[in-house]
Unconditional design. Structure first.
Length: 95
């Protein structure tokens, strides 16, 4: 699997559904519903303030999905930055 995937978290997730040499995924349903599973579905923007608290250990790049977030939450109040490597806010930066 590692020859095709570089993300350890994805590999571990997939392996949880691989038991005794068999996949536990419902492959026919995944194929049938694939278009509904992947991608970003457009929904009306949230008209109220929102607070974003990203996980410090998240492998997701903030710039990768930021445009979708900002379009969905145009009145965001604030985005906090976690302490590097901890996923927690430093005491002197807590709101």
């Amino acid at each position: 699997m590692r020859q095709h995937l570089n993300e350890e978290g994805v590999i571990q997730f997939l392996l949880k559904s691989f038991v005794d040499g068999q996949w536990r995924f419902n492959v026919p349903v995944l194929w049938e519903q694939y278009d509904n599973i992947v991608g970003w579905q457009a929904v009306p923007a949230w008209p109220h303030p929102a607070l974003f608290i990203p996980g410090g250990n998240s492998p997701t790049s903030p710039t990768h999905t930021a445009t979708h977030y900002w379009l969905s939450f145009p009145k965001r109040a604030r985005t906090l930055s976690p302490a590097p490597g901890t996923g927690c806010m430093p005491k002197n930066r807590r709101p």
